[in-house]
Design a protein around this ligand. Structure first.
Ligand code: SAM
Length: 251
């Protein structure tokens, strides 16, 4: 099965309102609403590995004050990114969907620092080392006092104490932490960036979001890229490669 189908399939788990993924979506959206209510004036949203963006876009579609929002959604999968673009057309906010690798710092040019940052559906798919590096990079995505939402399921091993400790070390204060104890045992955290402004280095072909730089991937990863129809020389999003492996391994 190609990853193209896998990620579209992955999104279909939202069709079941009782699924763990639907719980996560509702939880994220509830925190998004609270965060939007807590800011006055213009607000920038950044969603990394946004998928079809339904978490952000469904909330914006219901808000009268959506015009004050500008959002950048970063999604590498072209078909899923197009779904996001179609949904974005229905909201009054200014939404840009970037079909791009969230692991390349230049992807974020002009999109950071943001007041609201989503790292949802990322942290459960990378190693502890890259998890630490990713969270250490998060301040550069954030305006001081920004709200950041993250998620990580616990069924494959609960690493969330580590995640929370990394956020604290990076200058974030925890505002909320919600869990569901069934299926994938999902968890959603909300933190506020209390540190100083940080700049994101530009021109890096591979930021700490990049879990396994292209060229060092396993044969399985290369096979996955081939299955996706990724042309030779294309900088395959490494987190996507890793997720493909995971999907394959989990059957
Ligand atoms: C687990 S899904 C989460 C989607 C969304 N955040 C949500 O919660 O509904 C991960 C998404 O990240 C995308 N993705 C994987 N690696 C990526 C990368 N390096 N850059 C951008 N998007 C990536 C996948 O195509 C997929 O749509």
């Amino acid at each position: 099965m190609s990853e193209l189908r896998d990620y579209e399939q992955w999104h279909r788990r939202y069709d079941d309102p009782t699924s763990d993924l639907s719980w996560r979506l509702r939880t994220v959206q509830s925190y998004l609403r609270q965060a939007l209510d807590s800011y006055t004036g213009p607000i920038r949203i950044l969603s990394c590995c946004s998928g079809d963006g339904r978490d952000v876009l469904e909330v914006l579609a219901q808000r009268r004050d959506a015009e004050r929002v500008s959002a950048v959604l970063v999604e590498a999968h072209p078909v899923i990114a197009d779904h996001a673009r179609r949904s974005a057309a229905a909201v009054a906010a200014q939404v840009e969907v970037r079909t791009a690798d969230a692991g390349i710092t230049d992807t974020y040019l002009g999109a950071v620092p943001a007041e609201l940052v989503l790292l949802v559906g990322i942290l459960g798919n990378i190693s502890d080392t890259h998890l630490a590096q990713t969270i250490a990079t998060a301040p550069a995505l954030c305006q001081p006092a920004a709200t950041l939402l993250w998620s990580r399921a616990r069924a494959d091993g609960n690493r969330n104490d580590l995640v929370r400790a990394h956020f604290a070390a990076a200058g974030f204060s925890e505002l909320h932490y919600a869990t569901l104890d069934r299926d994938s045992w999902p968890a959603v955290g909300v933190v506020r960036y209390d540190g100083i402004p940080m700049s994101l280095p530009t021109g890096k072909s591979c930021s700490p979001f990049c879990a396994d730089p292209w060229g060092k991937s396993s044969n399985l990863a290369a096979d996955s890229a081939s299955a996706l129809g990724v042309p030779a020389g294309y900088a395959m999003p490494s987190t996507m490669v890793q997720r493909t492996c995971r999907t394959v391994l989990m059957g």
